[in-house]
Write a protein that binds this ligand. Sequence first.
Ligand SMILES: Nc1ncnc2c1ncn2[C@@H]1O[C@H](COP(=O)(O)OP(=O)(O)OP(=O)(O)O)[C@@H](O)[C@H]1O
Ligand SMILES: [Mg+2]
Length: 310
Amino acid sequence: MIHVDQLTKHYGPVKAVDGISFDVGRGEIVGVLGPNGAGKSTTLRILTSYLSASSGTATVAGYDVMTQADGVRRNIGYLPQAVPIYPEMRVDEYLVYRAKLKGVDRAARRSRIDYCLERCRCKEVRRRLVGTLSNGYRQRVGLADALIHDPPILILDEPTAGLDPLQIRETLATIRELADNHTVLLSTHILSEVEAVCRRVIIISRGRIGLDKPLAELGSDAVVVEVEIRGPAQAVSDALARVDGVHAVTRVSDDQGIVGLEITAKSGQDLRESVFRAVAGQPAWSLQRLDQRRRKLEDHFVDVVVRGEK
Ligand SMILES: Nc1ncnc2c1ncn2[C@@H]1O[C@H](COP(=O)(O)OP(=O)(O)OP(=O)(O)O)[C@@H](O)[C@H]1O
Ligand SMILES: [Mg+2]
């Protein structure tokens, strides 16, 4: 449904997007994750034909984003990061206006608006002026607007930004429902949101893709052993780095003689016993804690972002 090939965007000397390529298939729900300024909004705006790329190509539902903007816009519902507001319009007037603009058949307009208000949980504000809505409701109306012409693809730029925790939960629930019969590409810098609704994550840092994987495949590729040991930090780290099967040792804390380390294994193997033995072999050291966990999305995010900054 979405095909992106070597997309690049310069703003003067700033390379906001730097050779991005990915595909999104029908029915997929993909999260674009990245820190502030990573290039998420720029990428999404190019895909919605609101911004032209400096180079590269992209098609959405088979339409070229550079030359076939009408076809692109018929097939996508776009929720921009800053939802445009027409403060003096009532919510249903605004949606009528948007529905006309998007070519929704006159006969179908009323029922379509009712459906979208219901779906986006904003029926109760239909007579309110857009300018008086709270952030959360403005976002919901923005989502209703995105849905109004019944597009197969939804492109949502930070759909939960500025919402309170309860509203975030509701919005994520709505998006999950919508994902049953839409292809969804959403951006966020909140890891737990990706984990809550997406099946695949694309991590962007400094305009480049650092990782593109199904969530189910993350976490199974490496194990991390977390330990806290009373002992001399450097000697402990060095000794554990020499243990068979250890890929890397990272010092995460050093507090009152107790050093906290994260140890990653070379090939998903279980290091707990060998780490325990290495520590137990040193009478002057004592093991305070030993845990094993799978790598989390957060580890991947930090990896990609730190790598991007080097
Ligand atoms: N209109 C513009 N003119 C100049 N530079 C811009 C413009 N829009 C974005 N940029 C720059 O391009 C880079 C990418 O911005 P973009 O908005 O795509 O990032 P983002 O990942 O959406 O960030 P955020 O999480 O803060 O929304 C940033 O360095 C930003 O300052
Ligand atoms: Mg953005």
